[in-house]
Design a protein around this ligand. Sequence first.
Ligand code: AVJ
Length: 322
Amino acid sequence: SDSRGSPASLDQARPDSDELLADVLRGLSEPPYALSPKYLYDQRGSELFDRICDLEAYYPTRTELSILEESGGEIASAVGGEALVVELGSGSSNKTRALLDRLPQPAAYVPVDISREHLEAAAARIDGIYPELEVLPVAADYTRPFPLPRPTCPAERTLLYFPGSTLGNFDLPDAEDFLARQAEQAGSGGGMVLGLDLQKDVDVLLRAYDDPEGITAAFNRNLLQRLRKELGADLDIEAFAHRARFNEELGCVEMHLESLTDQEVRIGGHAIPFQTGQTIRTERSYKYTLDGFRTLAERAGFRVAQVWTDPAAYFSVQYLEV
Ligand code: AVJ
């Protein structure tokens, strides 16, 4: 794994190969096969994801940035000052400035990410851009409870920042649980600035998840490479193809790896059979309606205080209050 000599106590973030193996064997124990999308983000996967965000076909990133750009002033006045700004899954922090540039007086900035390389690079960059701002990085899996650091200047409230429509990766009951936990974390007077992708034309959705340049295909198939590298899996990457589908019933885009032949894959002493056309589901990305999301947020203990969208209503940025 990737400990890079950092203290063991900070390294709980990175799932080790035992955990990966156990999870993979569980996900492939019986059809329909499915793996957690979090495993798409090793070093190479994170790089490919960054390239996806720059694709013309992948509308979410640029649309979200345009909303933050366009409505940043309003978003900042909705949020107010003196907040402890906690970014969940800060990644390469490419949306951090869009918020921080406009907030009057953040008490401190807390980037939280599972990828240590991303976290350290992002924290250093933000430190360089805002020399006056206290930056307190936390290496953690933010889907599990983690303690918030205490800033030197006490904060008036906690503001969670969750851009990128990452909430879309949670199945609906998990999304509600997750939001309920975050509402508790933020506490009364606290809030969340959330980026959330919306339902739209299926052709637009499928193009975003199966781009003509094939970067999303490479991102998805990199998971197979990871199974070979980290688990010594015996599998032919060429025998699987990237597929994007819209699941009408659930209202989500799914990524799959589809077997192009009848074959057996060997992982950790187990043989996993595949028939031609059989798939491993590697991701679900839910697309919400504004009404549908409001109901979910309210059940989780948030009030949707304000919503901003782009003119085509492809994407939304929402301010939720506890
Ligand atoms: C980072 C989960 C928001 O669902 O659009 C991009 C990941 N998957 N292309 C998304 C992703 C395929 C992305 N999220």
